[in-house]
Design a protein around this ligand. Structure first.
Ligand code: COA
Length: 254
C-alpha cells in the first residue's frame, strides 16, 4: 500500500510512513500493513534490520482519528494491537528516524525500537488523557521506566510534549541530527548492523530485553481492554469530535 512504502534491500527492510497530507496518521490498513511487514521481516532470514522512517517535517500524528471513530479497536485482534504485538515480539534490531511531531503511537512505538535518530525538529507527545483514553503500546510501563516517573507523569498525565533534546537526555533518542540527515543516518546505521553476526545481534537484543517481552505483552493487553472501553465513553467522544470539528474539547461535565 502506498501509505506505507516497504522496501527491502541489502538485508534491511525500510517502512516509510507516506501519508504526509494527513500528517502520517495511522489508519487500520496502515497498521495491518506494518504488522504484516514485521511478520515477514521476522520470518525472512535475508532481512537483518528494520527501519521505520517518516518525512523530514512529520513522523506521525498518531492514530487517524476519523478512521478510529469508524473502526474503533475494540477487539484485542484489531490491527493496531496486531502491530503492537509484532513490534514487541520482533527479535531483530529496529531503528527509527523521527523528524517533526511524533504523537501518540508515533511516540509510544519508539519504546520498542532499539535505536532512534531524531531530527532537531522532533517533538514527542503522548496526549492520551487529553483524548479521554489511556496509554497504549505498554507506554504506561515503559515511559516511567525510560523517562523516570516524574517526567512520564508530565508526558502522560498532563500530555505535555517534549523535544528532541529531552528525549536524548532520557535515552529515548540515541542522536540528534539535522532533519534532512535523519533518514540517511538510520540507513547507514542499519547497514552497519547488517554486517554484524546475526546470532550475536539476536542474543544481545534478547538479553537486553530479557524478562521484558512478557511483561510488555501483558501490559499491552491490559491497556487494550481499558483503551477499548474508554473509546466509547463520553470524554473520548467529546475529544475526538472536537478534533474533527477543529475546536477545543469541553471536559467540564466528565
Ligand atoms: N487523525 C486524522 N487526521 C489528522 C490527524 C490525526 N491524528 N492528524 C492530522 N490530521 C489531518 C488534519 O485533520 C488535517 O486534515 P485537513 O487538511 O483535511 O484539514 C491534516 O491532517 C493536517 O493537519 P493539521 O492539524 O492541519 O497540521 P498541523 O501541522 O497544524 O499540526 C499536528 C500537526 C500533528 C500537531 C496536529 O495535526 C495534531 O495535533 N494532530 C492530532 C494528534 C493527535 O491527537 N493524535 C492522536 C493520538 S492517539
Amino acid at each position: 500500500m502506498t501509505d506505507i512504502l516497504i522496501d527491502t534491500s541489502d538485508s534491511v527492510t525500510t517502512l516509510t510512513l507516506n501519508r504526509v497530507a494527513k500528517k502520517n496518521s495511522f489508519t487500520t490498513a496502515m497498521y495491518s500493513a506494518m504488522a504484516d511487514a514485521l511478520t515477514q521481516a521476522q520470518a525472512d532470514a535475508s532481512v537483518r534490520v528494520v527501519v521505520f522512517q517518516g518525512h523530514e517535517t512529520i513522523f506521525s500524528s498518531g492514530n487517524d482519528i476519523a478512521d478510529f471513530l469508524k473502526n474503533p479497536p475494540t477487539s484485542v485482534d484489531a490491527p493496531v494491537f496486531q502491530f503492537l504485538r509484532a513490534i514487541n515480539l520482533f527479535t531483530k534490531p529496529i531503528i527509527a528516524a523521527v523528524c517533526g511531531p511524533a504523537v501518540g503511537i508515533g511516540t509510544t512505538m519508539l519504546f520498542h525500537c532499539d535505536l532512534v535518530y531524531a531530527g532537531d525538529n522532533a517533538a514527542f507527545a503522548m496526549p492520551f488523557v487529553n483524548l479521554g483514553v489511556c496509554p497504549e503500546a505498554a507506554s504506561s510501563l515503559l515511559a516511567p521506566q525510560r523517562m523516570g516517573y516524574g517526567r512520564a507523569a508530565e508526558a502522560l498525565l498532563l500530555g505535555e510534549p517534549f523535544l528532541a533534546e529531552s528525549a536524548l537526555e532520557m535515552g529515548l533518542v540515541s542522536r540528534i541530527v539535522p532533519p534532512a540527515e535523519a533518514n540517511a543516518l538510520a540507513r547507514r546505521q542499519a547497514q552497519k548492523l547488517a554486517t554484524k553476526p546475526m546470532a550475536s545481534l539476536l542474543a544481545t537484543k534478547q538479553l537486553m530485553k530479557q524478562g521484558q517481552a512478557s511483561l510488555v505483552a501483558q501490559r499491552m493487553a491490559e491497556e487494550a481492554v481499558i483503551f477499548g472501553r474508554m473509546l466509547g465513553e463520553p470524554a473520548a467522544r467529546e475529544a475526538f469530535s472536537a478534533f474533527m470539528e477543529k475546536r477545543q474539547p469541553d471536559f467540564s461535565s466528565f
